[in-house]
Write a protein that binds this ligand. Structure first.
Ligand code: AMP
Length: 430
């Protein structure tokens, strides 16, 4: 027997439906906020994907040579492909430019709860604005998406990369060392991060500042930021970063969007390219991030484009699905109006097919009974699968241009005129 490759999953109907539901809502949100969809290849050149992703992800890419000898890889994230486009074909598009992409990504991660080697993201990126309202929009949009999906008790962990960078730059720490500090922080290894700074001979003042910073977190955003500002007061760009985050969160709050936040001064995300506000939504039931977002103003330049500021978010569809499942939230029952059309005799089969076509044209999901089963067995099967209505097409009723319409849940049936069939079913949903 063949099995799926380790880390790969088959999504059977219930899970596939949940995934597609989140995808569909994410697409609706993209339209509501003016993000235009682009579709980029799953396979890209290794050099493009390796260019600016983090060391950690680079090492976990599925990389191989194609038959033409090109070194290629499966995309581990969308941002490199989107950056390639923004630096080339979309270079001259007017700004702001809002782009949406959704699809599968591949990372050779160790499979575990919420971590797969093939996973899905819905990705929103806003190019061309450095202003806090652009950052606020990404937060508000993420909140809107999670709310529309019916997710409960989610909270945004929020920070700002330039708080730490401001301090470490002023202390003269090189980019490589800064990255290792960031990666340790991303893993919540605060003591080790501090040790790297200590080994790099930063000042005592810096160590004290970092120590306090790593301990600073809280739900009252403005109170936390007040404290952080005081902690970093001798580091000018760190202070500017705190003020920037303040402005963003103030805009979100004043817009009326009710975001539960946890501001964390020492919060760092794994990807190296962030240059501003960063965030990750969480729910209590699942201890991994549901998505990740932030500002990355220098990225497009690194792909050979002009300097174009950007802020975006990648929503992790698989983990959103896991969370909805844990919380017992199911997608609005798509089976609510589903119909099975059963022909009583062979001679009424053509009519059954014709009627199923009429119902589908009215937007109803219809299955035709194709197993040649008796009516009672076909009904039992429809019942087991949660179908809402059965239309029973028999020669007797057909003579009068009628069929039998059965409401499966209520086990009630009546004879209806074929000309009224669609209306009868649609009316039942009201
Ligand atoms: P990143 O691209 O690393 O910033 O991740 C953004 C989001 O993608 C995460 O918060 C997850 O929801 C999702 N994600 C990343 N890696 C995986 C994975 N291996 N399996 C499932 N979801 C993932």
């Amino acid at each position: 027997m063949f099995k799926t490759v380790r880390g790969m999953r088959d999504l059977l109907p219930i899970d596939a439906e949940r995934m597609r539901h989140v995808e569909q809502v994410s697409r609706t949100v993209s339209k509501l906020y003016g993000y235009e969809e682009i579709i980029t290849p799953v396979l890209e050149s290794y050099d493009l994907l390796a260019a600016k992703t983090s060391e950690e992800i680079r090492e976990r890419m599925y990389t191989f040579k194609d038959l033409g000898g090109r070194k290629v890889a499966l995309r581990p994230e969308f941002t490199a492909s989107v950056a390639r486009l923004v630096a080339s074909k979309l270079r001259n598009e007017p700004k702001p430019m809002r782009l949406f992409s959704v699809g599968s990504l591949y990372r050779y991660d160790e499979p575990q709860y919420g971590r797969f080697r093939e996973f899905w993201q819905a990705n929103y990126e806003l190019f061309g604005s450095t202003r806090p309202e652009a950052d606020a929009e990404i937060l508000i949009l993420t909140n809107d998406l999670l709310k529309r999906l019916g997710l409960q008790n989610y909270r945004f962990k929020i920070g700002h990369t330039e708080i730490l960078r401001g301090i470490l730059n002023q202390e003269g720490l090189d980019e490589r060392k800064q990255n290792s500090v960031r990666q340790l922080l991303d893993k919540k290894s605060w003591a080790e991060a501090l040790a790297v700074a200590r080994d790099a001979d930063v000042s005592q003042k810096c160590l004290t500042t970092l120590e306090r910073l790593f301990e600073t977190r809280g739900e009252d955003a403005f109170q936390v930021l007040e404290g952080v500002k005081e902690t970093v007061q001798e580091y000018e760009s760190a202070v500017a970063a705190v003020e920037n985050l303040w402005k963003i969160l103030e805009l979100v709050k004043d817009s009326g969007a009710q975001l539960d936040v946890m501001v964390e001064a020492g919060f760092a995300r794994g990807l190296e390219y962030y240059t501003g506000m960063i965030f990750e939504p969480y729910v209590p039931e699942v201890d991994v991030a549901l998505g990740g977002g932030g500002r990355y103003d220098k990225l497009i330049q690194l792909f050979g484009g002009e300097s174009i500021p950007a802020v975006g978010v990648a929503q992790g569809i698989d983990r959103i699905v896991l969370s909805l499942k844990k919380q017992g939230v199911s997608p609005k029952a798509a089976k609510e109006l589903s119909v099975v059309v059963i022909s009583v005799k062979n001679e009424s089969m053509a009519k059954a097919l014709e009627l199923s076509d009429v119902l589908r044209k009215a937007g109803l999901p219809v299955e035709v009974a194709v197993m040649g089963r008796s009516i009672s067995r076909a009904l039992a099967d429809a019942d087991r699968r949660g179908v809402a209505y059965a239309v029973i097409v028999g020669p007797e009723e057909l003579k009068e241009e009628k069929v039998v319409l059965r409401e499966m849940k209520k086990s009630k049936q009546r004879t209806v005129e074929i000309s009224n069939l669609t209306e009868e079913i649609l009316a039942g949903s009201k």
